[in-house]
Design a protein. Structure first.
Length: 617
């Protein structure tokens, strides 16, 4: 069997893997005097078996390790055969790094890589390490397409040792093309290596949902080290975690970071928070130049070396990222400062709750509000929002009125809406989203308070399903009469209204008079909403009638999306007044019923898998 010739431990952003190389593929070819490849070295007991192709002809030699010196044949990498020991590295986090440089997707373009590293003083003119105590990261995909893969591998093998001697580090990440080769997927293999396989009679292949699965960086390393690089493709597919790591949603193949239409900053923040990092650096998808997204949270660094581009490197120094050009010059990334769009709801939503809920003190004529709830007439009020530690967020005099459909008929405390004067919002630094919706327990008593918590929980649950959903926040409410005497006290929640949602997401809310059906909706968000409503046994919604859904155009989607809210009629909440519509073939809200919207078999299978994958959350 072919032996391991090199193992690189890797680090960074946020996945830490390791790399294993062996070779082969039974093809034949005829000699070419301009063709050189190798050396390929097997470690066999006290001997080394060395194979290479020189001037188109295969060579095979076995020597004792005790007599090994330098492999030095013109046209091939120089290898010190006495220093083939492997550097073991279990760490995946490194402190006190003053500077690092990252380059990715070399794809056999050895000369381009050497030129970039020399231009930025990582190596000197002889190809030796000159980067001192700094770190170099090769972010995967040095295999395939190009014709100088072995030159790259032996160069990095040498450089890794030189860097360590100088107090620095070379980190080589595993890419999808390396795993493809190891698993005999040779579709992008340069024809040169097909000839090598035939000449040497060796088989070449021998030679991003990560958060949802709760897999740490250290665990990722362990799975790759212990399972992925030593198992067959069949065995790997039988493990759900390994299948995830090597599949479309894993760190090797995931391309979602480069999707400007559907990948949202909220999703990125979830990854950053889970792995406790500030930035993610990604190769794998060709960009015209290094492309930052969401400030300096995400960098796409595959600059198309495989296409003949001179390329760029990403430089980090003094807590600042820089673009490193092929001529050795560096420049800061131009940052677009996003104008702050802070709504009152967004401010309250982002308050820390480890010391308790935000507090709302409302002074109004509660009896009048309840008696006139069916008319939805506005009345005077005085409102103060405080943090859990009693710091004032806003004090104003908004108009307040009852809202809702069935709740205002059957509940003693109807949901309410506050209408603020824009000047009052501006005085406290808030933008012009001047409405605030609040849900109160239907009536007094512990059971009604529990029903409110259940409904609030569904807003939180939907954020796991789709981070672009409508948000809500628990608040502790105290209602005073006009004599400043306390009349009621309980916990309710505020709900993000249309204007606040639009301000947060840069969305455009579609006019409620516009006629539409589900076929015009962005399909993935619609399917998530559709199956979520079925999961919680809720039929109290309609796209066509805009009943309990907001229709919005988000910048990352081509079509409009439907955003659900108000879940009090769901079987999950189980309000006593909740009954299904007479037109539906169910007798109570605890029966699940798929609303009559058309979806394909493929869409059904997608939604089922999506919810199954999110089950552990």
């Amino acid at each position: 069997m072919t032996k391991v010739i090199k193992k690189f431990y890797l680090y960074f952003s946020p996945f830490v893997l390791f790399y294993l190389f062996t070779f082969g593929s039974h093809l034949s070819g005829q000699g070419n005097k301009n063709y050189y490849d190798g050396p390929y070295i097997d470690n066999i007991g006290d001997s080394l078996k060395i194979q290479w192709v020189e001037a188109g002809l295969p060579h095979d030699s076995t020597i004792l390790k005790s007599t090994a010196t330098i492999f030095n044949i013109s046209g091939l990498p120089v290898v010190d055969l006495s220093k083939l020991d492997i550097i073991e590295e279990d760490n995946w986090e490194f402190d006190n790094v003053k500077k690092f440089i990252v380059v990715s997707d070399i794809h056999g373009k050895y000369e381009t890589m050497i030129s970039l590293l020399n231009a930025h003083n990582v190596i000197d003119s002889l190809g030796n390490w000159s980067f001192g105590e700094n770190h170099l990261v090769i972010a995967g995909d040095h295999f395939d397409r190009g014709d100088k893969v072995m030159e790259i591998l032996w160069f990095l093998f040498k450089l890794e040792k030189q860097a360590l001697e100088a107090g620095g580090k070379v980190h080589v990440l595993l890419g999808n093309h390396e795993v493809m080769i190891i698993n005999n997927d040779l579709r992008y293999l340069n024809v040169k290596y097909a000839y090598t396989s035939g000449a040497l009679q060796r088989r070449y292949f021998e030679a991003q949902r990560m958060v949802d699965a709760n897999i740490s960086g250290q665990d990722i390393n362990r799975y790759f080290r212990d399972s992925i690089l030593v198992n067959s493709a069949k065995n790997m597919s039988e493990s759900p975690i390994i299948a995830l790591l090597t599949g479309d949603e894993g760190p090797l193949w995931y391309r979602g970071y480069a999707d400007t239409l559907s990948y949202h900053e909220d999703s990125l923040n979830n990854v950053l928070n889970f792995y406790n990092v500030n930035s993610i650096i990604v190769g794998h998808t060709i960009m015209p130049s290094i492309t930052p997204r969401f400030g300096d949270k995400l960098f796409l660094i595959d600059c198309g070396l495989v296409s003949g581009n001179k390329g760029e490197v990403l430089i980090w120094k003094d807590d600042q990222f820089y673009r490193g050009k092929s001529n050795g010059k560096k420049s800061e990334f131009i940052k677009t400062v996003k104008k702050e769009k802070r709504s009152l709801f967004e401010t309250i939503y982002n308050l820390e709750t480890n010391k308790g809920n935000p507090k709302l003190i409302l002074t109004t004529n509660l009896k009048n509000l309840i008696n006139n709830k069916m008319k939805e007439e506005e009345q005077e009020s005085s409102l103060s929002f405080l943090t859990a530690t009693d710091s004032t967020i806003i004090s104003a005099n908004p108009k307040v009125r009852a809202r809702g459909n069935m709740r205002k008929q059957v509940c003693y405390f109807p949901p309410v809406k506050f209408n603020f004067a824009k000047k009052d919002l501006s005085k406290f630094g808030f933008k012009s989203a001047d409405k605030l919706k609040m849900v109160l327990p239907c009536r007094g008593g512990k059971s009604n308070q529990e029903k409110l918590y259940q409904e609030y929980f569904l807003y939180i649950l939907y954020q796991i399903i789709d981070s672009l959903g409508v948000r809500s926040k628990l608040v502790d409410i105290q209602i005073l009469n006009e004599k400043n005497e306390k009349e009621e006290e309980y916990t309710g929640f505020i709900v993000e209204d249309e204007d606040s949602y639009a301000l947060r997401t840069d969305a455009k809310i579609v006019d409620s008079r516009a006629r539409l059906n589900s076929t015009v909706l962005e399909r993935k968000p619609f399917l998530l909403m559709y199956f979520f409503q079925y999961m919680i046994a809720n039929t109290d919604w309609s796209v066509g009638n805009r009943h309990n859904v907001i229709i919005a155009k988000l910048p990352q989607y081509t079509r409009v999306v439907a955003l659900p809210y108000d879940y009090d009629y769901s079987g999950f909440v189980g309000q006593s007044y909740a009954v299904p519509a007479e037109s539906l073939p169910i007798k109570n809200v605890n029966e699940r019923y798929f609303m009559p919207y058309v979806i394909s078999d493929e869409e059904f299978d997608f939604a089922v898998k999506y919810f199954q994958d999110h089950k552990q959350n």
